[in-house]
Design a protein around this ligand. Structure first.
Ligand SMILES: C[S@@+](CC[C@H](N)C(=O)[O-])C[C@H]1O[C@@H](n2cnc3c(N)ncnc32)[C@H](O)[C@@H]1O
Length: 330
């Protein structure tokens, strides 16, 4: 690897190794980043499901997205210190088909979802619980695992040939832990790597039998086209543009069929915006430049701008991150 990339790697490694094991294990899977309610993690799981089973589970996938929107909406209400009696009033309002309860507007994705389900449904659980303290808004297990339980049940008796999947920058098995708990891991020959050894120690501690290794996306230790699929979340923004282009080249070199990648900071402009934070980058990437880059290696890049997608599919007007994009590359 060239000297400039060795230097950049060293800075990245130090930046991530600064954190304690416990912080690394938890901080990217909490609150709105929890892969059970994070739309980009959900879309990535759906993409894997589609590679395995075609559109057989499209209906369930749609409802999982609806659930995540409701959960994110509730999360915001909790932070505004909503009480359980107000939530119960919302539940009665939904039954009565009202769209505003005591000044709280019910978003259309909540009322449409509620109306499309038989009663009672999981929304009854959701609207009968509120945190006792605004500092501790973590959902209880029976609520946050709603779709985890459904997926693991429906996938239990499914059969499929395994696909090989690579996840660069896997963190502390941040997304893998939910591939496991959703019953998807048994269909995958999964390999994850991360530059930060502490993350890999955490991941191996949780999943001693799964292939997790320390590795660098700028120099992937794998033969050309050795994986069917690759997915990765929230990495490309943290490199210099030259290193980011090398990372894309490496990922495309080792992947045979398709890639799903999430961006947390992208815009629909021609130029990348370069920004450094401490020892690494926090760039805003150009959507068209990234599409053109991937097109050097693959034929098709499907761009999902999360805000536009949720607005057109579910009339959702309150997406948290307007700069979030997911690419499906094939
Ligand atoms: C923002 S975190 C995202 C982690 C995980 N993908 C997620 O979405 O929760 C970025 C991750 O990239 C890892 N990383 C940074 N540079 C890397 C490199 N050159 N090769 C592999 N992993 C790297 C960091 O250690 C960190 O775990």
């Amino acid at each position: 690897m060239e000297f400039q990339y060795q230097q950049e790697t060293e800075k990245l490694r130090n930046s991530w190794m600064k954190h304690k094991h416990k912080v690394l294990r938890n901080y990217l899977v909490e609150d709105i980043q929890d892969p059970r309610i994070n739309v980009q993690s959900i879309l990535c799981r759906h993409w894997l499901i589609e590679q395995l089973f075609g559109d057989k589970f499209a209906y369930l996938a749609e409802h999982e997205l609806r659930y995540s929107l409701i959960m994110n909406w509730l999360n915001k209400l909790y932070k505004r210190n909503i009480r359980v009696n107000q939530l119960q009033a919302i539940l009665f309002g939904l039954i009565e088909k009202q769209d505003n309860i005591d000044g709280i507007e019910i978003p259309p994705y909540v009322s449409h979802t509620f109306a499309s389900l038989a009663c009672p449904n999981y929304n009854y659980d959701l609207l009968n619980w509120a945190p006792s303290d605004t500092n501790d808004t973590a959902f209880p297990e029976y609520i946050i695992t709603t779709f985890q339980r459904i997926w693991s049940e429906v996938l239990e008796n499914e059969q499929s040939q395994k696909i090989s999947v690579l996840e660069p920058a896997c963190g502390s098995a941040n997304d893998y832990r939910f591939l496991a708990s959703f019953g998807m891991a048994k269909f995958l020959n999964y390999s994850g790597f991360d530059l930060c050894t502490k993350n890999i120690t955490n991941a191996k501690h949780m999943f001693p039998d799964v292939f997790f290794n320390t590795g660098n996306v700028l120099e992937i230790q794998a033969e050309d086209k050795s994986f069917d699929y690759c997915f990765l979340h929230d990495l490309f923004e943290h490199f210099s543009i030259e290193a980011m282009e090398l990372a894309v080249k490496e990922i495309c070199r080792v992947t045979r069929k398709g890639i799903c990648t999430s961006f947390f900071n992208m815009h629909d402009e021609k130029e990348h915006i370069i920004k450094t934070v401490h020892d690494y980058y926090w760039n805003r990437l150009s959507m068209s430049a990234m599409v053109n880059l991937f097109k050097q290696y693959f034929d098709r890049v499907k761009v999902i701008h999360i805000d536009s997608f949720l607005s057109s599919q579910f009339s959702c007007g309150d997406t948290q991150n307007k700069n979030a994009y997911t690419f499906i590359i094939s």
